[in-house]
Design a protein around this ligand. Structure first.
Ligand SMILES: Nc1ncnc2c1ncn2[C@@H]1O[C@H](COP(=O)(O)OP(=O)(O)OP(=O)(O)O)[C@@H](O)[C@H]1O
Ligand SMILES: [Mg+2]
Length: 261
């Protein structure tokens, strides 16, 4: 095997409910199945990723908030989950971290520092996936600053393009001021209803307008996803051979090929 290198990806879209968290949990589990070492970081004070991996944030004494604002070593807060991935969990306290960080020098770099600290401590993750909150605030900017790539989950509906320009403006600013190397890896169609031509047309239109690559395959809309978080496992475990699980496995394999190239 070639020398290990960590690929840090931010999963971002300020629009709520487009399957950012589901994508992070599912791609994370799929990469772990492929034998990769994966860390997922919950950057949403709602802590949905943490919940969906079977952890009750109320039971946690240490979380990402302590790492970002109190100088706690990330390894102190990271937990191993049943899905075969490690998690840097969030609690509602993260909402306060966002406010605290606003007045701090170097706030955009807090996550990049966490990634560097992990490398220094010999935590050789192949992937670090950052689950961004549905906003373009401090935490999302910090995620984009730490990442080599950003993946934009997109629900292919008529008005879903409205936020994309704004997100790309933020990416542009981050490239200019804090992270020159940030690349947009592409949009990932989620909650995709393949029975309609409409979804495909919307997707084509968005990728053309913004010159964005479309990551294949689209993730089909399926009821199985609603059941997974309650089980505390990703759909890859709860519904192993469903078309949603298969789609995420294929996406993970494609991302993996891209990281290796
Ligand atoms: N492919 C899918 N088919 C059906 N339901 C899905 C699919 N993907 C996600 N969902 C459901 O859609 C809802 C929103 O998903 P999720 O929480 O992943 O979105 P999000 O972008 O992280 O939301 P937020 O912006 O609030 O963080 C959840 O109830 C989830 O179970
Ligand atoms: Mg989410």
């Amino acid at each position: 095997m070639t020398q290990r290198r960590t690929t840090v990806l931010a999963i971002a879209n300020q629009k709520g409910g487009v399957a950012k968290t589901t994508t992070v949990a599912s791609i994370g589990a799929a990469l772990a199945e492929l034998g990769h070492r994966v860390l997922l970081v919950d950057l949403d004070p709602q802590a949905c990723l943490t919940f969906s991996l079977g952890i009750d944030p109320e039971d946690l004494e240490l979380s990402v908030h302590h790492v970002l604002t109190k100088g706690l070593a990330p390894t102190e807060a990271i937990i191993t989950t049943e899905d075969g991935v490690d998690l840097l969990p969030a609690t509602i306290e993260l909402a306060r971290a966002e406010a605290d960080l606003l007045t701090r020098t170097g706030r955009e770099h807090v996550l990049r520092t966490v990634v560097e600290d992990l490398a220094e401590q010999g935590e050789d993750y192949d992937w670090i996936l950052l689950d961004c909150p549905p906003s373009l605030g401090v935490l999302t900017v910090a995620a984009l600053t730490a990442a080599e790539g950003v993946l934009i989950p997109l629900q292919c509906e008529t008005l879903s393009h409205r936020g994309v320009g704004q997100l790309l403006d933020t990416v542009h600013d981050v490239r200019r001021f804090t992270n020159r190397g940030l690349a947009v890896w592409g949009v990932l169609p989620t909650l995709f209803d393949g029975r309609t031509n409409h979804a495909r047309a919307v997707l084509d239109n968005i990728s053309e307008t913004y010159e964005l690559e479309v990551i294949e395959p689209p993730i089909p809309k399926t009821i199985k996803f609603a059941e997974a978080p309650a089980a505390g496992r990703s759909i890859l475990a709860t519904s192993r051979s469903s078309k949603g699980a298969r789609a995420y496995r294929e996406v993970a394999a494609n991302l993996s090929a891209r990281a290796a190239s």
